[in-house]
Design a protein around this ligand. Structure first.
Ligand code: SAH
Length: 398
């Protein structure tokens, strides 16, 4: 079997359960393979400490699948992990009120590089990294019957490569038939997803519990007779907007992607919401916010859920500055007594880093308190040793 020899820092990381071995932890004496391989991970003392998938072209030299010499990385290991992942979701979503959720969360379910989201009876597979893609035919051999038993009739695969036509993603059918617009529910609330063209695997399932929380916040404010003007920045297909509107809020949704508003409006209608009091603005959030400030416009709840600002560790200082500027602009249109809901999905920005972008200097006001800080929901499990997996942060400030 192919072997990768790792230094003692690498061995330590593997034992703690960190799923990545960086190239810097691979010893010079380690054999080099030109292609992706299933490898034994070996210490400098020649002891087998685990197994994984090596990638000759990635800074992540090995993705770790097992931490003992007894584990064999093959289709049956993948199937066992997938089966366990499905069992957890069966437990989490037993009441049937939520039909869209993450079935398999890559590293967090100890299947590094393999993510599966479920939208009713359609599942969407995403494979991260060339090495995982190369080994997929071996590892995924028995996946179809397992998914079919779990009620999945169609499996799509999204690849993250850009296509020639400029469409950012391409989708292929692995089994079943290409779906039209798919209808799913979250806590009983119906919405539409465009699986063939949407972002991520179709919707941002990681914000499900936060969408519910925003709905509850607006409902509480309404009962208390407080203002219920809601601004949802980076609204995409209107998940937060829809929950806020259902709770009685008057919602302004802002996104540069005009097409996303179409899907948002379809979801509003599906949930029986009258579109009349709500507005959908296609604009750059930063420029639009500056204009609203000049006009002295205010909202009682301001939600900000931008795309990742930090694609790499190097981009972190710029990302922090961008969050500070964005949060200042949000605070400037937040009415007195209002709530700011701010999110970050940058894995290189930790929760504590993110909170620094919401301090009194950043916001230019000193009346807000941190009420809540939320991470990813349980269908997006993470590993304690792997902070990179906890990319999602969302705070409520009031
Ligand atoms: N809150 C959404 C997910 C947001 S994803 C949900 O719960 O589903 C980020 C969104 O930001 C994308 O829809 C993208 O089109 C939008 N976006 C990116 N840059 C933007 C900008 N400068 N101004 C407004 N929207 C932007």
């Amino acid at each position: 079997m192919a072997r990768v020899i790792v230094n003692r820092h690498g061995v330590e990381a593997v034992r703690r359960g960190h799923p990545w071995i960086f190239r810097s932890a691979v010893g010079h004496a380690s054999p080099r393979y030109p292609d992706a391989r299933i490898v034994a991970i070996v210490s400098e003392q020649d002891e087998i400490v685990g197994c994984g998938v090596s990638d000759p072209d990635s800074p992540i030299a090995v993705r770790v699948w097992g931490t003992s010499s007894a584990v064999r990385l093959d289709a049956s290991l993948f199937s066992a992990r997938l089966t366990r992942a499905i069992a957890l979701r069966g437990e989490l979503f037993a009441d049937g009120a939520t039909t869209a959720y993450r079935l398999l969360n890559g590293e967090g379910d100890r299947t590094p590089g393999f993510v599966i989201d479920r939208y009713g009876d359609v599942a969407v597979l995403r494979i991260d990294g060339e090495a995982a893609r190369a080994l997929a035919p071996t590892l995924l051999q028995d996946v179809e019957p397992i998914l079919r038993r779990a009620g999945i009739a169609t499996l799509l695969e999204r690849t993250s490569k850009r296509t020639d036509s400029g469409e950012p993603k391409s989708v292929t059918v692995r089994f079943g038939t290409e779906p039209a617009n798919v209808r799913v529910t979250e806590h009983g609330v119906p919405f539409v997803v465009d699986l063939m063209r949407g972002q991520k695997t179709g919707a941002f399932l990681d914000q499900r519990e936060n969408r519910r929380r925003v709905g509850e916040l607006v409902a509480r404010r309404r009962r208390a007779g407080l203002g219920i003007r809601v601004l949802n920045l980076f609204s995409y297909t209107g998940g937060f907007s829809q929950r806020a509107a259902l709770a009685g809020g008057i919602v302004t949704s802002v996104d540069v992607a005009a097409k996303a508003h179409g899907t948002a409006q379809a979801s509003f209608k599906l949930a029986g919401i009258d579109l009349t009091p709500h507005s959908f603005v296609s604009a750059d959030a930063f420029a639009w916010l500056a204009e609203q400030k000049r006009k002295d416009k205010q909202w009682d709840v301001v939600i900000s859920d931008p795309p990742s600002f930090a694609p790499s560790e190097r981009a972190k200082p710029n990302a922090i500055s961008a969050y500070r500027a964005l949060h200042r602009a949000c605070a400037e249109v937040l009415a007195p007594g209002g709530t700011l809901v701010a999110a970050s999905c940058s894995s290189h920005v930790s929760a504590e880093d993110f909170l620094t972008t919401l301090d009194d200097i950043a916001l230019g006001r000193s009346d807000l308190r941190l009420l809540d800080l939320h991470g990813p929901p349980p269908d997006h499990p993470t590993l304690p040793s792997f902070p990179e997996g906890r990319y999602l942060k969302l705070v409520f400030l009031a």
